[in-house]
Design a binder for this molecule. Structure first.
Ligand SMILES: NC(=O)c1ccc[n+]([C@@H]2O[C@H](COP(=O)([O-])OP(=O)(O)OC[C@H]3O[C@@H](n4cnc5c(N)ncnc54)[C@H](O)[C@@H]3O)[C@@H](O)[C@H]2O)c1
Length: 324
């Protein structure tokens, strides 16, 4: 059984295109139903309702061929303890025998999976609604997830990415901006400045309730990664709502749950990521409307990205073999 540390994963530093392609292939497998992904149980703590540990098991068949589980803890109060908010461990199992193949210390896998899913949506959006030659991106919240999105955006869009406007309520959070990107990055003082002219806008905060209530730029892509930043008023400006999995995302106080309860948004009003990738799902929405993607985060994607890194680690001799 192979053990992979965060350092091992950082050393491998796989290109974003490879990770995004893995997510694409996973979505294609999901379209054939050759996968299994039970709804996630949430372990909650009565003394600290904002904290949770979530179990995320999945099997992905087809060309991915891996089973496993991610066990992910989110403790927003950890910032006061000088600890990261999220911790996770992923176990990969051989889908033929159930034999454990690897244990991965996986906050980075989880973040890479999240930014890769966003990258896939950017590729799909760009096919259905081509971006202008020069793209402005906005990111709100610049913790590990915001930083991984910046890295993905710059690699995926290259020189077409003209400016990235970043707002974090903690100005110190902007220190990890890589030197080579400083000319293209504009730190801004409010979410509005990051939002209003963005062709691609990404939420990566830990907000517990929606505050974004303004009209987005026409023909823009809103990646609502942190899921609790938009008010249901967004439905007054766009009907183009995409989800990864309606049953998962329409709960746990997400913006989608509020749109469902307050504005009557239904599953059939939305398009799933499988329909986007395998059924030209974005074509059904009016061209001028912003498209809003709401990903609850799918275990199948964690297992697929974990599997990609596991196989690359075997090739490069990374990681530590554990005795059985
Ligand atoms: N949808 C998914 O698949 C998925 C996957 C992983 C993480 N997430 C979510 O992404 C979010 C970010 O994760 P992280 O690990 O980077 O968190 P983090 O707590 O480490 O960092 C969050 C950053 O956002 C800033 N911030 C918080 N609220 C803000 C606000 N209202 N406006 C501006 N800045 C704000 C904080 O100062 C901090 O720098 C979390 O909500 C997490 O649950 C979603």
């Amino acid at each position: 059984m192979l053990y992979l540390t965060t350092k091992n994963l950082e050393q491998m530093n796989l290109p974003w295109h490879l990770c995004i392609d893995t997510i694409r292939r996973t979505v294609q497998v999901m379209a054939t139903q050759e996968f299994s992904q039970p709804i996630k149980p949430y372990l909650l703590f009565d003394k600290d309702p904002s904290s949770r540990i979530i179990a995320m098991p999945a099997y992905v068949g087809g060309g991915i061929g891996m089973a496993g589980i991610k066990w992910i803890a989110s403790f927003p109060g950890n910032h006061n303890r000088q600890l990261p908010r999220a911790h996770s461990v992923t176990i990969l199992n051989d889908p033929g025998s159930g034999k454990p193949l690897a244990i991965i210390n996986s906050p980075l896998i989880s973040g890479i999976r999240t930014a890769s899913v966003s990258g896939l949506m950017i590729q799909e959006y760009g096919k259905a609604h081509p971006f202008a030659d020069k793209i402005i991106a906005g990111i709100v919240g610049f913790g590990p997830i915001g930083q991984l999105h910046l890295s993905m955006l710059t690699q995926l869009l290259g020189d077409r990415l003209e400016e990235i406007r970043i707002f974090d309520q903690n100005p110190d959070a902007l220190h990890p901006i890589p030197e080579e990107l400083r000319t293209r990055i504009r730190p801004v003082d409010s979410w509005e400045e990051a939002y209003e002219e963005a062709d691609i806008f990404i939420t990566c905060t830990i907000s517990s309730s929606g505050y974004i209530d303004r009209k987005p730029k026409e023909q823009s892509l809103l990646l609502n990664v942190s899921l609790r930043d938009f008010t249901p008023a967004i439905l007054s400006y766009t009907s183009a709502i995409v989800v990864d999995d309606w049953d998962e995302v329409c709960r746990a106080n997400t913006d989608i749950e509020h749109m469902h309860n307050q504005r009557g948004l239904r599953r059939e009003d939305t398009v799933s990521i499988v329909e986007v990738v395998c059924g030209n799902g974005l074509a059904k929405f009016p061209q001028e409307e912003a498209v809003m993607f709401n990903p609850m985060g799918m275990a199948a994607f964690d297992i697929a990205i974990g599997s990609l890194y596991y196989h690359e680690a075997l090739k490069f001799g990374c990681g530590q073999e554990l005795d059985e």
